[in-house]
Design a binder for this molecule. Structure first.
Ligand SMILES: Nc1ncnc2c1ncn2[C@@H]1O[C@H](COP(=O)(O)OP(=O)(O)OP(=O)(O)O)[C@@H](O)[C@H]1O
Ligand SMILES: [Mg+2]
Length: 262
């Protein structure tokens, strides 16, 4: 009987593990969808730079005022733009790779945040969302998987963006200034990251449920309700914690605490 029970437990555990894996996969697909929207945005900027640079060179050529110094300077800028596009593509490619999931390594938290930001910065700007950064915790190293951690920040940023957009739409206040703040600092043996927005906030009724899988207040095509539950799992896995504070109609602030590498 004992053996039978043991087998059943291990079978159940395996099932849960598989389900979790499925959830992670599913949310990843959604992120890739969101990423690709951000991607075209991010690539467009350096692409515009390249196109303009080449135009400038052609113009000088036809005017007969092209000199070596000018070409050298322009080429330096062009290569920088190309490098930027390269980075973006490289980054997304690694991000969407599967086998990276189990990988754990030393992670520089600020780089992870900056990588996440590089994919959404332009979108925030386009939507007139002010982004404030306060990184006093420079050089904070934690142990984890950089891509999964990035997924956490992308979800927090996506939630924050949605919340400020929603408030902008609903409040009808012309003076409302959409704002997202990210802070990173060290506190004892922890790296603490705060992501705050002055969006819709979360109601008392909902706040205890936001980390539940499939809990969402968004339309079916806008959210699955998986973002925070996956994020919760990821942060727990690295020995950290994630908490929220919010006041409806005022703000929402997430705190992530991750143990610093010793
Ligand atoms: N910054 C925020 N401001 C206001 N509400 C929030 C914020 N972040 C999360 N929420 C609330 O928590 C719910 C769950 O968030 P979660 O990220 O898990 O799922 P989702 O954003 O709805 O969907 P998904 O992330 O799967 O696309 C949201 O639907 C929203 O009601
Ligand atoms: Mg979300």
């Amino acid at each position: 009987l004992n053996k039978e029970l043991e087998e059943r437990v291990s079978l159940e555990v395996q099932k849960v593990k598989q389900q979790q894996q499925l959830l992670v996969q599913k949310s990843k697909l959604e992120y890739i969808g969101e990423l690709s929207a951000g991607l075209s945005h991010e690539v467009n900027q350096p692409l515009g730079g390249i196109s303009m640079g080449l135009d400038n060179i052609l113009m000088r050529m036809s005017e007969g005022t092209l000199n070596e110094k000018y070409i050298q300077d322009k080429f330096r800028i062009l290569f920088k733009d190309i490098e930027r596009i390269n980075q973006i593509i490289q980054h997304v490619r690694i991000f969407s790779r599967d086998q990276q999931d189990s990988l754990k390594e030393d992670v520089d938290v600020i780089s992870v945040i900056n990588n996440a930001l590089s994919l959404v910065k332009m979108q925030l700007k386009d939507h007139q969302i002010d982004l404030h950064l306060d990184f006093s915790g420079k050089g904070s190293t934690v142990i984890g998987n950089p891509y999964r951690l990035e997924q956490v920040f992308l979800n927090l940023l996506s939630n924050a963006r949605y919340a400020v957009e929603e408030k902008g739409r609903k409040s009808g206040d012309a003076n409302y200034e959409k704002k997202i703040t990210i802070r990173c600092k060290r506190h004892n043996e922890f790296c603490e990251i705060f992501v705050k927005d002055n969006g819709t906030g979360i109601s008392r009724n909902n706040i205890d449920r936001i980390f539940d899988p499939f809990f969402t207040t968004k339309d079916e095509d806008k959210g699955t309700g998986l973002g925070l539950s996956i994020s919760y799992g990821i942060i727990k896995e690295y020995g950290g914690k994630i908490e929220v504070q919010s006041s409806e109609g005022e703000f929402t602030e997430f705190l992530i605490q991750l143990p610093l590498k010793k």
